[in-house]
Design a protein around this ligand. Sequence first.
Ligand SMILES: [Zn+2]
Ligand SMILES: [Zn+2]
Ligand SMILES: [Zn+2]
Length: 317
Amino acid sequence: MNKFEDTLFQTVKHNSLLFLEDGVKRIIDYGGKELYDIIVLSCPSIQISLELAMKAFVLREKGVRFLVKRNKKGVEYTDEEIEKIYNEKRLLVKGFDDIKKQINRMGNTKLRKEDYEIIEDFQNYRNKLVHFCCPLAKEELSSFRENLMYYVVHVVLCLLYDNYKNLKPAEYFEELLGYDFFRILWNDYGYIRAIEQLAKEQSKEVGVCPICERNAYSLDEEFCYFCNTYPNDGEWGRTHCLACDGKKTVVYDRLNIHYPKNHHSMPGFCQHCEAHPQIFECPICGQTHWLYSDTYDWMCYDGHCTTENKDYPVDNS
Ligand SMILES: [Zn+2]
Ligand SMILES: [Zn+2]
Ligand SMILES: [Zn+2]
């Protein structure tokens, strides 16, 4: 992007987020209004936010020429001409359907085939509600409301994704949306579901986060898509799960396990089945097992390492 394009991109992105915040805040905080009314009010903002996010995306990926309508003779403007007519406030930008088709043709975008279907569905519902005032059943309204948040995360935020700083998803969303707005989203079930879905699509193995308890922790990438929890080096130990057979799905606090009086054991948590075993880790050979459940006689125990056949003092102070 040249300097002009970058300024334009930042403005379009900023405005997209403004409309997004307006639409989403209305849905989350309905202030006693009917759900139908709230959705009717929030749809236009979310639609404008999407249109701007698409423009920002084309601008960033292809440049401003791909957004601007051709001149009367059907010839593309040059970058210099575009900047000039923009300053004269005469710039004409392509319509939503043209831009949508263009993004579709660009391929390898962050939007999948299903996302285009979601965009179509959203527009159909929006037209029914806003323009034709169609009555919708309560269940239809609730499911539309939940899907709106999925739409916000998977379509709008993904289009705006320009993560030059290589932030993790939760850090990126916080930076993009601002701390206050980001924290408001945290308690929204539609947002929670959308982030859990995002984690599932992006990771090989997803489990429950031991901190926020959302099903958004990527075991292969070792961080939570929802709350951004991740272990520092050596902070968490991992062991097998006797309840669900998960391999290394039980996490425990390794940093404090050999702290005096802990008797080399700490509570564990299985990220697959949410079992809460007590985990023992031998301070001599490092072997781990479930205290009171694993019953093999070759296991190490507090005061004795069976692997190396060594005794050590037990701390009973
Ligand atoms: Zn978490
Ligand atoms: Zn388990
Ligand atoms: Zn041992």
